[in-house]
Write a protein that binds this ligand. Structure first.
Ligand SMILES: Cc1cc2nc3c(=O)[nH]c(=O)nc-3n(C[C@H](O)[C@H](O)[C@H](O)COP(=O)(O)OP(=O)(O)OC[C@H]3O[C@@H](n4cnc5c(N)ncnc54)[C@H](O)[C@@H]3O)c2cc1C
Length: 476
């Protein structure tokens, strides 16, 4: 079907006001957040209801038109922009964005897919509850995108990934059928738990249009500190001890290298170095509790850290004594992704290894970079409690632009690091997903039986391969 025919069809199905086809209106939807992936479609469709989504998908399926689902377009792996074919549509969920119900008694809330994550957090807060998913893009990413990528973030150590925060979903299948799986039940063993097929599928099996989410008691007290270590081994050992010491309260455990800390301080507005001299390794730790006061938990954390000092492992520590100080510490952490974009060309790796293997990974990765890519600065930030590291090889823009074959160089570099992770039982994609960027890694690092099963599931749900084609799965 020609592009103009696709536009006309979408206008008649979803209404002219829900279809963008002017170049200027479509442009932001054809490039990713980091400006590394581009594509083009006939139009961008903004459905206003689940029924709209159903009608659009049924039409596209019948006419074999590719559908590229899009939420807040904050994907870091090319999952949210279309391919270059042009004869496709982008389906953006932004207009399906109602908070349907917040039920404090049931500790649940039902929301439509286009709700911005920060708005969901605020709605929970209004009824004295917590929706714990938190990440740097929370002001613009949508819950549908969080679900589709099974996003992680900074609270996974206590509350799990997005998958763990979901009670039910509503999804539209590639042929347009609507599955209403919105439930608030905590127990329901009545057959396969199909919601988990769609969570983390990155839009390749259908569109998530709504979800019922778990809420938690809003913490009454918080204690936050930033710790400095000379060696990464010390930082990880201390992190493991903190997990043992505060099993119910530890909600954040973030590891940051000096190189990364400096980058964030250099580029993020209104940040201040809490240390007199920046340590080699930094750990941001946060406790949250529904009993006692912030002062009491801050005292407990301070007391614990005093012992760590006496052990000689901990070199420096700043404990937040006000909400403002706490916010300032987190600002440094949450500004990292944007600061890295300003700093240079960062080749980012979203690996995970067992937590105790982090020091060995960092040592081996550092040696590999030094040997093969001496122009790269190793930059590390990670959700240490989950073994998830964003290991970044930072190049200057000038160096990177002068390379003859950048994609080849990137693959060589990344596979060096993925080999190290794989040898430790780790993964090449911990929380960001596969998108289009990591498809080449799938046949190398994933079990062939697992890939074959994934192809079977895809063929069952989307035999015409209209949903986000070319993402996640390698060609069979
Ligand atoms: C500053 C910054 C910080 C980040 N920090 C983290 C972090 O800590 N942890 C983390 O896990 N990620 C992080 N990310 C990555 C990203 O924000 C998350 O993966 C987020 O969940 C994506 O949501 P989105 O709405 O932007 O989805 P998009 O980027 O628009 O889409 C992501 C994928 O989901 C699909 N999709 C979107 N909506 C739907 C839907 N309703 N139904 C079916 N498929 C859909 C898309 O096709 C695409 O494949 C960060 C990104 C940025 C820019």
């Amino acid at each position: 079907m020609e592009a103009n025919e696709i536009v006309a069809a979408m206008q008649s199905i979803a209404g002219a006001a829900s279809v963008a086809s002017a170049a200027n209106d479509m442009a932001p939807h054809f490039i990713d957040w980091r400006k590394r992936h581009t594509g083009v479609s006939a139009c961008v469709v903004f459905p206003r209801s689940t029924e709209d989504v159903s009608n659009v998908l049924a039409f596209c399926n019948e006419h074999r038109i590719k559908v590229f689902p899009q939420g807040g377009n904050t994907s870091t792996c090319g999952g949210s922009v279309p391919d270059e074919s042009g004869s496709s549509i982008v389906l953006n969920l932004a207009k399906i964005n109602r908070i349907v119900e917040v039920n404090a008694q049931d500790n649940s809330m039902t929301v439509q897919a286009g709700c911005i994550l920060a708005d969901i957090q605020a709605a929970a807060d209004q009824v004295d509850r917590l929706f714990p998913l938190s990440l740097g893009a929370e002001g613009s990413c949508q819950i549908g995108g969080n679900l589709a990528t099974n996003a992680g973030g900074t609270n996974v150590v206590r509350f799990g990934n997005t998958r763990d925060l979901v009670l039910g979903i509503e999804a539209v299948l590639p042929d347009g059928r609507i599955w209403n799986g919105l439930r608030t039940l905590r127990k329901n063993n009545s057959g396969y738990d199909l919601k988990h097929l769609f969570i983390g599928a990155e839009g390749t099996l259908g569109i998530i249009t709504a979800a019922t989410l778990k809420l938690f008691p809003k913490p009454r007290a918080r204690a936050t500190a930033i710790l400095g270590f000379a060696h990464v081994q010390d930082a990880v050992d201390e992190g493991i001890k903190l997990q043992m010491q505060f099993p119910g309260e530890l909600v954040g455990l973030e590891l940051i290298s000096k190189s990364e800390f400096d980058i964030s301080l250099r580029h993020a507005a209104q940040t201040r170095n809490p240390f007199e001299a920046t340590p080699e390794w930094i750990v941001l730790v946060e406790l949250a509790a529904s009993s006692a006061t912030s002062e009491a938990w801050t005292d407990r954390l301070t007391e614990y850290l005093r012992f760590a000092f006496e052990d000689g492992i901990l070199r420096d520590a700043v404990v937040a004594t006000s909400e403002q100080q706490r916010a300032d510490l987190w600002k440094i952490r949450h500004s990292i992704t944007e600061s890295n974009v300003r700093e240079g060309m960062g080749i980012t790796h979203d690996i995970a290894v067992p937590t105790y293997c982090i020091p060995a990974f960092i040592e081996q990765a550092g040696k590999a970079l030094q040997q093969h890519f001496p122009d790269a600065l190793p930059v590390v930030v990670g959700h240490m409690g989950d073994g998830n590291l964003h290991y970044i090889a930072m190049f200057s823009h000038t160096y990177w632009a002068a390379l003859p074959d950048r994609r080849k160089t990137q693959l060589e570099l990344s596979h060096l690091l993925y080999d190290i992770s794989a040898a430790m039982g780790g993964t090449f994609s911990a929380e960001h997903g596969i998108g289009s960027l990591h498809v080449p890694e799938m046949p190398i690092y994933k079990d062939p039986v697992e890939i074959a099963l994934m192809h079977s599931v895809k063929a069952l749900l989307d035999p015409r391969d209209t949903m986000n084609p070319g993402r996640v799965l390698p060609q069979s």
